[in-house]
Every structure is written in structure tokens, then in C-alpha cells.
Design a protein around this ligand. Structure first.
Ligand code: ZN
Length: 469
């Protein structure tokens, strides 16, 4: 691979333990790993590839810890726009049941392009239904060529409507088939090495769509193979009621009973969690993917972010979606996280100190890396991977905000990155994805989306004239 020199950044925020920010900063990487970080003067003067970051703020790449890429095909569906989680799911399950392997590939690629342009260099995805012969392999295939590191969570649903679960029977799988396929994809794709581009995660969907037995069996399988565990926990009031009425346990208590705690486990959402549960999560090392936009969109609730931070819970950021966000924009999500935590800090709500821009960026970088079990990611320091983003400061959105360019990334209107590197390789150059025909991808994606929903192509409405299209 060779060496990469980044120099002349207006400011480079390392997110190291001392929160070091370097004016006129840069870094030097060899074979994708950072070998030096410092001012331009302190670094080597040449390399196989040189990136001049003059006039840019440079940050560690943002890391997305929760998503459902396939849902990019069902954004803004009219029947699912204005309802809470359970009705939203009931509307969408039959549409998702029509997905083909090609749809999964296209949606994965599209979501990763959208993420990359918004500053994401590593993403997890939680795929929990596999209709019409689709497999996790289709996601791995769709992700190839974009260059974002990918933690593919092999999800599952086994508890259909007829057995008291929420999803229709047509989208659930047999438990033995789930476990066998999960083992297959771990053996085929999981790379445990530092700098890995692909990892597999074991991820039954939620307490209301799988049985306790498969939760336990999944944890056992994951631990045999040393892979991480992920599921939705304590997302909504309805789910809390379901757990109490069905199992006589609160969501986190249920997870504790099933062995779903520890530093190899992270929950999506974690809203209906009390202070004692937060302390137990901190002690056990259990992580959380905070998804503020989705939580607002579905009127789910406000996660206790300040309590998580203060208790030392591993806390990362997730865009969730894409039918419940409906955007995959990591900088926008970072901003939402800061703003929602501030709303929660209102004296009439939870109160407490305001979450700062840097605390929020830390959640989206170091925090998310910790949640995914990636000590090789999340900061720009020697030994970690050269995953970083560069944003030009010469733009409308940042005019008047150059007093603090790092904070401006969070406070100002969310922008797309100008450059992004993963493992020392450029994946975004001058605001464009490297090596992907994006217009063609959008056209194919819209075609899949329209077919899935069963509608005719939309007609453009022209004021004072006939519909055209
Ligand atoms: Zn989710």
C-alpha cells in the first residue's frame, strides 16, 4: 500500500486521550496505519501519496453503530410517516417481504455512499430479514467497492404473529436455520485482525421478534467465535410493556437473564433504562448505540445520554433507519445527538450540564469505536488506522464560525465532507465517491423501491401545466 502524508490542515482534532488539537496539523501513515501525528513541520516531507489539507478541518472518521441499509428502499412511505414503532413495523413488514437479493445489494451500496459523503468511515448494519433467497452475502457484495469498513450484523426474527410475536409469519426463519447460517457467515467473512474491513456480528432483532431461546443460543455461538452481539433494547414504551407482560422483566433485566451483557454486547437505542440499570451496564461493559433522529421520528423517547456519559457506559452513535430517520447523514446525526441531549438538559426535563460539541464528536468517533470493539479506530494517533475526514472551511455554512472550526462541524448546518480516507485510501475525493457511478446507483435504487412498494413511477407535477414524467 505504501505511505500517505497529510499536511497543512488548519486544525486536526485527534480525539486522543488528551483531546489534542493541532494547528497546521497532519499525519503520516504506512500501509494504512498511522505512524506519526503532529504539525506539518514535525512530519516527514514526502510520501507515496500526499494530501494537502490546507483550509480544512481534519477529524477521525465518524463511526455508525446502528442502521438497516435495506430500509433506504422504504423512506417516507406515506402509511408509515406518522405512526409509532409497532404500527410503523406492521405497515412495512409486508413491503420488506418482497425484497430480492439485488434490492439488498443496491440498498447496501446506496446507504454506504450516503454515509461516506457524510463523514462515516466505518458502519455497522443490522439486517434481520432475508426474504426471497437474500443472504448476508448480498450485503458484503454490495458494500465492496465503496470502501467503508463494514460490521455486518446477521440479524434474525423467529417469533411470528402466530406465535405471539409482531412480524408476519412470512418473514420469520426457523431457529436452526438462523444459527447455521450465522455460523456460516462468521466462518466466511469475519476478520478479527486489526485494520479489518469486514466483521460479522450476531444480532437477533428484538425481544418481541425472537424467542429467549434463540437469544441465548446466539450469545453462545458469538462467544465461541469471538464475535460481538447486537440487538434492539428498550426502544419504546410498548416494548417495555411487552417485556414486563410477557416475561415479567424489564428489557435490561431480560437481557441480563439471557447472558446479553458484557463488553462484547451493544444495544440499539437504550431509552427505557433506569439509573440502576445504567450502573450495571457500565460495570459489565455493555454498550449502546444512540439513535436520536429515529427516536424523535417515531416519538420513542429520549435516551439518557448524559447519564451514560457520566457513568462511563460505552456509548456510540447510530443513524438507524432508513425508514425511521430517513437519512444516513452522520454529521447531521451528531448534531441531533447534541441538540436532543440539550433539550433533555432543560430544567423542566432531566436537567444537568449541556452536552458539548466535542463530547458529541467523541461519542461519534471514540465512543462508537469502543462500542464496535475497535481499539484500532476512532482517533488519529500512532498505531490506529488512517481513517479520517477533511472538510473545507471555505463554505457558506461555516462563514462566521471560524472561531472554532471543530465545533462548527457540529453546530453549523450539516455538510458533506470534501475528502475521506479509510485505511489510508481515499473513498471520497473533492466531494465525490471514488469508483461508484452514483447517478446509475440512484436510478437502480429508485427502480427497486418503486417495485417493492408496488406503485407506478411518480409523476412530476408542473405548476400550471399537465403532469409530465
Ligand atoms: Zn434499528
Amino acid at each position: 500500500m505504501g505511505s500517505l502524508l497529510v499536511r497543512n490542515a488548519q486544525v486536526l482534532a485527534t480525539m486522543d486521550d488528551g483531546d489534542t488539537e493541532i494547528l497546521d496539523g497532519g499525519l503520516f501513515a504506512v500501509d494504512g496505519f498511522i505512524a506519526a501525528v503532529g504539525t506539518t513541520d514535525e512530519l516527514p516531507h514526502d510520501a507515496d501519496e500526499v494530501f494537502d489539507a490546507k483550509g480544512h478541518v481534519v477529524l477521525p472518521g465518524l463511526i455508525n453503530t446502528h442502521h438497516h441499509f435495506y430500509q433506504t428502499l422504504t423512506r417516507a412511505i406515506p402509511g408509515a410517516q406518522d405512526v409509532g414503532l409497532f404500527d410503523w413495523l406492521r405497515t412495512l413488514y409486508p413491503i420488506w417481504a418482497r425484497m430480492t437479493p439485488d434490492d439488498v445489494r443496491i440498498a447496501t451500496r446506496l446507504a454506504l455512499c450516503e454515509l461516506a459523503l457524510s463523514g462515516c468511515t466505518t458502519s455497522s448494519d443490522h439486517q434481520y430479514l432475508f426474504p426471497n433467497g437474500s443472504r448476508l452475502d448480498d450485503q458484503i457484495d454490495g458494500a465492496s467497492g465503496v470502501g467503508v469498513r463494514f460490521h455486518a450484523a446477521r440479524g434474525s426474527m423467529s417469533l411470528g404473529e402466530s406465535a405471539g410475536g409482531l412480524p408476519p409469519d412470512s418473514v420469520v426463519e426457523e431457529e436452526q436455520a438462523i444459527l447455521a447460517d450465522t455460523q456460516r457467515v462468521i466462518e466466511a467473512f469475519h476478520d478479527p485482525a486489526p485494520g479489518a474491513m469486514t466483521r460479522i456480528v450476531v444480532a437477533p432483532c428484538s425481544p418481541f421478534s425472537v424467542t429467549p431461546e434463540i437469544m441465548e443460543a446466539s450469545a453462545e455461538l458469538a462467544r465461541i467465535h469471538g464475535v460481538h452481539l447486537h440487538t434492539h433494547v428498550a426502544e419504546t414504551y410498548d416494548e417495555e410493556r411487552f417485556c414486563i407482560e410477557t416475561f415479567g422483566r424489564r428489557p435490561v433485566e431480560l437481557m441480563e437473564d439471557l447472558g446479553w451483557v458484557g463488553n462484547d454486547v451493544w444495544y440499539a437505542h437504550g431509552i427505557f433504562i433506569d439509573e440502576a440499570e445504567i450502573d450495571r451496564m457500565a460495570a459489565a461493559g455493555t454498550g449502546v448505540a444512540h439513535c436520536p433522529s429515529s427516536n424523535m421520528r417515531l416519538a420513542s423517547g429520549i435516551a439518557p445520554v448524559r447519564s451514560y456519559v457520566d457513568a462511563g457506559v460505552r456509548l456510540g452513535l447510530g443513524v438507524d433507519g432508513s425508514a425511521s430517520n430517513d437519512g444516513s447523514h452522520m454529521i447531521a446525526e451528531t448534531r441531533q445527538a447534541m441538540l436532543l441531549a440539550r433539550l433533555d438538559a432543560a430544567p423542566s426535563l432531566r436537567g444537568g450540564p449541556l452536552l458539548t460539541a466535542r463530547e458529541t464528536l467523541r461519542i461519534a468517533t471514540r465512543g462508537s469505536a469502543a462500542v464496535l470493539g475497535r481499539p484500532d479506530l476512532g482517533a488519529l494517533e500512532v498505531g490506529r488506522c488512517a481513517d479520517f475526514i477533511a472538510i473545507s472551511l471555505d463554505r457558506l455554512e461555516y462563514a462566521g464560525a471560524l472561531h472554532d472550526p471543530v465545533a462548527a462541524v457540529v453546530f453549523a448546518a450539516p455538510v458533506r465532507v470534501d475528502h475521506s480516507y479509510v485505511h489510508g485510501r481515499p473513498i471520497v475525493k473533492d466531494g465525490a465517491i471514488v469508483g461508484v457511478d452514483v447517478p446509475e446507483l440512484i436510478a437502480n435504487h429508485n427502480e427497486s423501491a418503486i417495485r417493492l412498494v408496488g406503485g407506478a413511477p411518480p409523476q412530476l407535477r408542473v405548476p400550471n401545466g399537465p403532469a409530465s414524467g
